[in-house]
Design a protein around this ligand. Structure first.
Ligand code: AMP
Length: 112
């Protein structure tokens, strides 16, 4: 199976890494939708948040903890948004779980 984010986790595909932990990796989105737009992934392959929480809820907690650490590191004191698109209706385009960390401007709600 060829997976883009597995390639980034393995270091085979370049990315701008902002934070690493033993089980997670955070890197800048190639096509940012906000001044700060970072993706947080588990190093291991899970298709989406449902797959990871079913298999290992504590690992899902690690991913969320890294997302919060990224927001703090990026200085998103005014607030930020964590998004994990799951499935076609949400527009998930990369089928390796990722949490978007978005901030750096006032974010509208609800999203389009
Ligand atoms: P989603 O639509 O929720 O699956 O989000 C996938 C995200 O991955 C999009 O925001 C893309 O801009 C981003 N993306 C795709 N390829 C790369 C890459 N090579 N490096 C960093 N971000 C990427």
């Amino acid at each position: 199976m060829s997976c883009l984010f597995c390639g980034i986790a393995a270091g085979d595909i370049p990315a701008t890494v902002v934070l690493e932990t033993g089980r997670t990796l955070a890197f800048r989105d190639l096509n940012p939708g906000a001044p700060t737009h970072v993706l947080v992934i588990p190093r291991d392959h899970y298709a989406d948040m449902a797959a990871l929480t079913d298999a290992d809820p504590a690992y899902a907690g690690d991913v969320l903890a890294t997302a919060v650490a990224v927001a703090r590191q990026e200085g998103l004191d005014g607030g930020y948004r964590l998004v994990s698109n799951t499935g076609d209706d949400a527009g998930q385009s990369v089928h390796h779980l990722h949490v978007h960390v978005l901030g750096g401007r006032s974010l509208g709600w609800p999203p389009g």
